[in-house]
Design a protein around this ligand. Sequence first.
Ligand code: DUC
Ligand code: ZN
Ligand code: ZN
Length: 466
Amino acid sequence: MTYDLIIRGARVVTGAEVVECDIGIREGRINALGQDLGPADEVIDATGLIALPGGIDSHVHIAQPSGPGIEMADDFASATRSAACGGNTTVMPFCLPEDGVTLRQAVNDYHAKADGQCHVDVSFHLIIKDTDAQTLGQDLPALFAAGYTSFKVFMTYAGLALSDREILDVMDVAKAHNAMVMVHAENEDAIEFLRDKAEASGNTGPVHHARTRPIPVEREATHRAISLAEIAGVPLTIVHVSNGAALEEITRARRRGLKVFAETCPQYITLTADDLDRAGFEGAKYVCSPPPRDSAEQAAIWAGLEQGDFDLFSSDHCPFRFADSAGKDAQGARATFRNIPNGIPGVETRLPILFSEGVMKGRITLPRFAAITATNHARLYGLAARKGAICVGADADIALWDPNLTKPIRQTDLHHGSDYTPWEGFEVTGWPVRTLLRGQTVAKDGEIVGAATGDYLSRSAPEFLI
Ligand code: DUC
Ligand code: ZN
Ligand code: ZN
C-alpha cells in the first residue's frame, strides 16, 4: 500500500530518541517510522531538518472577555494562523464566562467563535469564577464528562479570584471527576495593599505593575495552592511560574510525593521588570502577570528547565494591541498601571525562543524540548497517544525545523493580531519552516497554507504521571 506522504531524511525526535528515519503518513496519521518505506503520493525531502512533534500550547487566551472597553487582539483565525506559523498544531485557550452567563452557555458561545476559523486543532480549558450550586453541581460534572477535563482558578483579580474555601470546593469536584486543576497563584489582598500604597505615592507607571506583584506575592500563593490541593487530595498544575522561590515551593512538594506540575513561559527566561520601566508608556507592552523578574530569577527558571522541574513550557499568549484605546494604550483610563490590560502576545515565538536559547545553546536536549513543548501537554491534559509525539498511530502533527536558520524576531513577520511583539529584534537560531496538521501542510516558510482545517478536540482524563 502506498503512503499519502513520506517525510524523508529528517532527524526525527521521537518520544525517547533522535533518529534519522523516514515518516510514513496515511489518512492523517503516522503509519510507519523506518527506512525505505516504499511508494508515496507525495514526498517531502527533509534532509538537514529536524522533525519535532507539532507544538501544543496549552496556555493561550483567544477572544477572551477582558473588561469594559478592552478587546483582545486575536480572534481564533489570527491566533491559530500565528500558532501554525510558530510550529504549533494544537492550542488550548481558556473559556471565561462573562458576568451572568453560565459556564455551559459560555462554552457554547466560545465554540461559536472558534468553529470553522482554526488553522490548528483547539481544545478549551474552563475558567471557574462562580462556585454556585448550578456550576459545581451540574455544569462542571457535565462538562467534564463531555471532554472539558481541565480548568483554571485564579487567586488574583477582583471578580475572578476565589477564596480558599471556594478553591477547595472546586478541587473537590475535580477530584470526583479526575480533572486537572490549574492555578494562577498570586495573593490578591497583598497586591491590592501594595497597589493602593503605590498609587497614593503617585507611583502609577507601568513598572509599578511589577513592583506591586513582588516575588512573595507569588511564592505565598503557590504554597497555599499546593496546601489546598494536598488537603483536597488532588493533583494540580501551577501555571506561569516566574521565579525561583515559587519553583522551590513546587519542588519541595514534589519531594514529599505530591503531584504538583509546573509550567513556565518565554517571558520568564528572556524579559525582566526593567522592560516595564522603558521610556514613556513603552513599558505597558510588557505588562503581564506574574511580571517578568530579573536576571537572577531567569537563571533560577533556567535551572528548573535544565533539571526537569518544569513539565510545561507554554506561551501564555494573551495579546492586546499597544497603540489602541481598546488595548494597552488608552489616554487617561490606563494612565495608572492598575488599568493596563494584563498579557503579552507570544504563541508564534514560544518555540523559536526555547529552541534557540535552550536547544541551540546546549541547555536542554531535543527530547526534553519535545516533552515540555508538546508531549507533556498532551499527557497532562488528556490528549496522549493521539497528540504530542511522533509515534506510530498518532496524528501526523509535525513541525519541520531548520536548525541553521538565524534571524531576528520581527513584528512584521508575525501573524497575530497584536501590533507589536515584546521580542522585537531578539535573534534566534532555528525556525519551524513547515508545520503539518494531520499530514496536511498548514504553514510553510512563515506563511499560512490552505484553509482553516483545525478541529475541536474533546479530551480524556489527564495522565497524572509524566
Ligand atoms: N494570567 C494569565 O494566565 N494570562 C494572562 C493574564 C493572567 O493574569
Ligand atoms: Zn494566569
Ligand atoms: Zn494565561
